[in-house]
Design a protein. Structure first.
Length: 152
């Protein structure tokens, strides 16, 4: 019996981060979760149960156009984490953000929505420059977050 289906495609998504223009985000990976195992040794048998669950960091790549500068937008977020000039660190209430990303269908309707709770920049790489290349400059971010919720 035939059952029609439409697969989700990798190029149909929108990520919304407060302070960063959504169209600057080029690639991202979806959430990944891992659980530790606890080994229970009892006489001559071994049993396993789930230990702590950890959400893995999320990698995103951004375009860095001349205007608007993605570098500037990322630095503004980083300055909420740590101010380089003064050495002051920020409160987590200021630098942690909830991030939403949506997977879209062929006509642009949202078919899947994720929310990352308590996200912050774990690392930022502002790319490289080279005289022998005409490739666009890109920024790579590693985002650490507390947990993810798949809303639908």
């Amino acid at each position: 019996m035939f059952t029609p289906f439409e697969p989700k495609l990798k190029n149909r998504f929108i990520m919304q981060i407060d302070g960063i223009n959504a169209y600057l985000i080029k690639t991202m990976n979806r959430p990944q979760v891992d659980s530790d195992e606890v080994v229970l040794e009892h006489m001559n048998v071994t049993r396993y149960v789930k230990g702590k669950t950890r959400w893995q960091p999320l990698e995103i790549t951004m375009y860095d156009p001349i205007v608007p500068s993605a570098s500037q937008q990322v630095i503004e977020w980083i300055r909420l984490h740590h101010e380089s000039v003064t050495g002051r660190d920020g409160y987590s209430d200021f630098y942690k953000k909830n991030i939403t990303f949506n997977v879209l269908d062929p006509v642009g309707a949202v078919v899947e929505e994720w929310e990352l709770k308590g996200a912050f920049i774990q690392s930022a790489n502002f790319g490289d420059l080279a005289f022998d290349s005409s490739d666009p400059v890109e920024i790579s971010l590693t985002l650490r977050y507390d947990y993810a919720v798949l809303k639908f």
